[in-house]
Design a protein around this ligand. Structure first.
Ligand code: SF4
Length: 289
C-alpha cells in the first residue's frame, strides 16, 4: 500500500524491523530519566526524585496491553501497549481515564513487557500509545533489547516529541502514527495547554516523513475546519502529497471537560465530516476515513 511500503516489507519477511537491524540507543535514552527533555515541554525533571510534568517517573507505568481490532484495517490486529499519563492537557481527551491516571496503572519492568508481548500471537505490529508514550522511550528501548519477535513497531503519539527524542525514535520506529489535532498555536494552547504546537508538530512530521512510513490521523473537531482541518490537510498535500496515509476520523465525542467549551461540546455534523473528506479528496491525498 502506498505510504506503507516499509511496513509491508517487514510483514512479508523481506526485511527485519529496525530494532533488529540497528543499534538501540540505550545510553542516550536513559539520560532523560535524570533530566528529561523527551518532549518539547522540556521540564528537565529528575524523574528519580519527582515525576515530570507528564507524571512520568523512573519506571514504566502501563494501563493495558491487548490485541486491538478496531482501527485502520492494515494495522489490525495490533498489539497495543497503553502507557499512563500525558504531556498534553486536552480538555476533550477521548482517553482521559488513562491520560489523567484515573485508571490503575501497573509498574512493568522492560524485560517483563517484552515477555508479555511475546506471549501474544497473531499481532501484525506493536503499537506504543497512551496517554502519550514519549515519556517512556528509555524503557521501550530497553524492552526492545529483550524482544525476539520479528514485528513492525508503531509509534502512536501526539507528536510533541523533542528533536532528541526523534533521533532516538528513528532507531526503532518503523511506522510513525501521529495524531495531528491543530492547525495553529492558539487552538493548541486553549484546548491542550501546549505552546509552539504548529512548529514542533510540523517539524516532527517532516522528520518522520524522511525516516519511515507515516500515517497521520486527524480527528475532525466540530467548528475547527478553517483553523485546524484545512491548514493540516493543505500542509500534508503541499509537503508529502500522496506518499503518506491520512485518516480523516469522524469519531470525536465531547468527553472529559469538553462541555465547558461550547464549540466542541457536540459531535461533528455529517456536513463537517464530509467537508473534511471532500477537501482531502480535492487535494489528492491518500486518505481513508
Ligand atoms: S516527557 Fe514528561 S518528564 Fe519528559 S520533558 Fe516531557 S513532560 Fe517533562
Amino acid at each position: 500500500m502506498k505510504g506503507l511500503e516499509g511496513y509491508f516489507r517487514i510483514l512479508s519477511g523481506e526485511t527485519k524491523p529496525k530494532f533488529m537491524r540497528r543499534m538501540l540507543p540505550r545510553e542516550e535514552s536513559k539520560k532523560h530519566i535524570e533530566e528529561c527533555r523527551l518532549c518539547e515541554i522540556k521540564c528537565r525533571a529528575n524523574r528519580k526524585v519527582h515525576p515530570g510534568f507528564c507524571g512520568a517517573r523512573d519506571f514504566m507505568e502501563v494501563s493495558s496491553v491487548f490485541l486491538h481490532y478496531w482501527e485502520e484495517d492494515f494495522f489490525v490486529p495490533s498489539l497495543t501497549v497503553f502507557f499512563c499519563g500525558c504531556n498534553f492537557r486536552c480538555v476533550f481527551c477521548q482517553n482521559y481515564t488513562i491520560s489523567r491516571r484515573m485508571e490503575r496503572c501497573r509498574r512493568v519492568e522492560p524485560k517483563e513487557l517484552a515477555e508479555e508481548i511475546e506471549r501474544f500471537s497473531g499481532a501484525r505490529n506493536i503499537n506504543f500509545v497512551g496517554g502519550e508514550p514519549t515519556p517512556y522511550i528509555p524503557f521501550v528501548v530497553e524492552s526492545l533489547s529483550f524482544l525476539n519477535v520479528r514485528i513492525p513497531i508503531i509509534w502512536n503519539s501526539n507528536f510533541y516529541m523533542s528533536r532528541e527524542a526523534m533521533d532516538i525514535l528513528s532507531a526503532f520506529t518503523d511506522v510513525y502514527l501521529s495524531d495531528w489535532k491543530y492547525g495553529n498555536d492558539k487552538c493548541a494552547k486553549r484546548l491542550s495547554g501546549v505552546k509552539n504546537y504548529w512548529e514542533v508538530v510540523r517539524r516532527n512530521h517532516d522528520l518522520a516523513f524522511d525516516d519511515g512510513d507515516l500515517v497521520i490521523r486527524h480527528l475532525v473537531l466540530p467548528n475547527h475546519f478553517s483553523c485546524c482541518t484545512e491548514p493540516i490537510l493543505k500542509y500534508i498535500a503541499e509537503n508529502y502529497g500522496d506518499k503518506v496515509v491520512v485518516n480523516v476520523m469522524d469519531q470525536y465525542r465531547p468527553e472529559y471537560r469538553a462541555f465547558r467549551y461550547p464549540e466542541i461540546s457536540r459531535h461533528p455534523t455529517e456536513r463537517e465530516i464530509l467537508a473534511a473528506r471532500q477537501l482531502a479528496d480535492d487535494l489528492g491525498l491518500n486518505w481513508i476515513g
